[in-house]
Structures are given as structure tokens and as C-alpha cells.
Design a binder for this molecule. Structure first.
Ligand code: 1GP
Length: 248
């Protein structure tokens, strides 16, 4: 592995065109299942494993990272809903600022709580502008974050938020409709956002089949995330991975 997880992700993007990230939720799988599923993700070609959720019931979060890291060779990255999900056992954390919302706790408040812990733990923080896009479903992230998603047709609003995230120094933009959403981020919005920022764009939420995953890459996504499909039907993993990587 290269010196940092961010550099590793950048190298994946250069080598494969786009990367495939799979999200696991410690509340939806018991610890043995979580390890197994992470191993299946890595075997299927996932470039990194994300662990996290909007609202966590499990007290096993830190142990989950430890176990999954022992099981796979790819980075295991925290995708936290709040500072309470910061653990010393992650390879890195997507240090998410929910820039599409106007909830100060999720723009800076949780970060202030998390930062001293991250320094103490020595966990790499990857500053990420997180943008929630309307999907037609009231997702957990929309409810829990108490923010309004960007309307699906408002491509210009999405572009302005992504640009602001880049100008604030964020290294990634994460475009998202929320886990379990009925619809993914519109391809047109992905294309427009990718066209106006120079940082890599991650796209997630509501992606359950290879065609949809491929369409996000064709629109310029640097990384595609799937969560629910990994837990519901892991047989789709390999075909989605191949669709993202385009055979590379
Ligand atoms: C959530 O983008 C991820 O942040 C995954 O969403 O569970 O709908 O695949 P899904």
C-alpha cells in the first residue's frame, strides 16, 4: 500500500479509471457475517471497504474495523454518521462535511469533537464534501441529518456546492442519495459536477445493478459506492465491480 489511503485511492483511480467502494453497516450484519461479506467484497474486486451508518446501535464498531482489517488487504475506511463513530482501528476516515445542508453540527460541530480523537489515534482524515441529493425516499441520512437534499433537477445548485467544497480545500466530493434510496444521483448531475471540479467525485446511494454503476462511471464518477446490495445480494458484487472497473 502507498503512504496514505488518499494516495492509494488516487492510484486506484489512475490505474483502473474508477474505483469500487463497498459500504458495510455493523447494525445490519453480525460480526461473523460482516467479516465474511468484507472478504467477498475484496475477492470481487472492491478497492476499499467503508464501514459506517447514519445512526449506529452497535457497540462493536471498533472491533468490526479490527476484524475486517485482519481479513482483507484493501483499506478499511470509516464512513461516520457522527463523531461517536470515530475509532482507532480504521485505516482512514472520510471526514465528511455535509455541505449541501445548513446544519452547523454536520458542517463543523461533529468535526471539532472528532479531531482530537483522530490526532490521538493517528487516523488519516480525508476531507470530503458530502452532498445529499433528493431521491424521492426519505432516507435515514436525510432524517437524521435534519437537512434538505438538493433537488434532483437543480444541477446548478449541485455544481455550486461542489465547487464551494473544492475551494474550501476538500479532497473529495461525495454525491449521494442516501443508503437504500429508490433512485441514484442523476447521471446528468454527476456529469455536471465532475465537469466543474478537479477533485475526484464519489457517487453512492440507490445503486444496485451493474448498468447503473457503469452509468455513473461513464458520467465521470471516480468512485462508485454500493451498500445495500452488498448486504442483500452479494452475488451481484462481482458484476458491479466489473462494471465499475470496465475490465481493468
Ligand atoms: C450510502 O452510498 C451509500 O452512503 C450506499 O447506498 O445502500 O443505497 O447502496 P446504498
Amino acid at each position: 500500500m502507498t503512504s496514505s489511503v488518499f494516495e492509494y485511492l488516487s492510484a486506484v483511480r489512475r490505474r483502473r479509471g474508477a474505483g469500487y467502494l463497498t459500504l458495510l453497516d455493523p447494525d445490519r450484519l453480525d460480526p461473523d457475517e460482516l467479516d465474511e461479506r468484507a472478504a467477498l467484497c475484496a475477492e470481487a474486486g472492491a478497492d476499499a471497504i467503508l464501514i459506517g451508518t447514519s445512526l449506529m446501535f452497535s457497540a462493536r464498531n471498533a472491533a468490526c474495523f479490527e476484524r475486517v482489517r485482519a481479513r482483507v488487504d484493501v483499506p478499511v475506511i470509516s464512513f461516520p454518521g457522527s463523531a461517536s463513530q470515530v475509532v482507532p482501528t480504521a485505516d482512514a476516515i472520510l471526514f465528511l462535511s455535509l455541505v449541501s445542508g445548513r446544519n452547523p453540527e454536520l458542517l463543523i460541530g461533529e468535526h471539532v469533537k472528532a479531531a482530537p480523537l483522530l490526532r490521538e489515534y493517528g487516523v488519516e482524515a480525508i476531507p470530503t464534501g458530502y452532498m445529499l441529493v433528493q431521491s424521492g425516499t426519505l432516507t435515514s441520512v436525510e432524517f437524521m441529518s435534519d437537512t434538505r437534499p438538493i433537488p434532483r433537477a437543480k444541477v446548478d445548485i449541485a455544481m455550486a456546492h461542489a465547487l464551494a467544497a473544492e475551494y474550501l480545500g476538500m479532497k473529495l466530493v461525495y454525491l449521494e442519495t442516501g443508503s437504500g434510496a429508490d433512485a441514484s444521483v442523476p447521471d446528468e448531475m454527476v456529469r455536471a459536477v465532475v465537469g466543474c471540479v478537479s477533485v475526484p467525485v464519489i457517487v453512492g446511494g440507490g445503486i444496485r445493478d451493474p448498468e447503473t454503476a457503469r452509468a455513473k462511471v461513464a458520467a465521470g464518477a471516480s468512485f462508485v459506492v454500493t451498500g445495500s446490495v452488498v448486504e442483500d445480494d452479494h452475488r451481484r458484487l462481482r458484476e458491479i465491480s466489473e462494471a465499475v472497473h470496465g475490465g481493468v
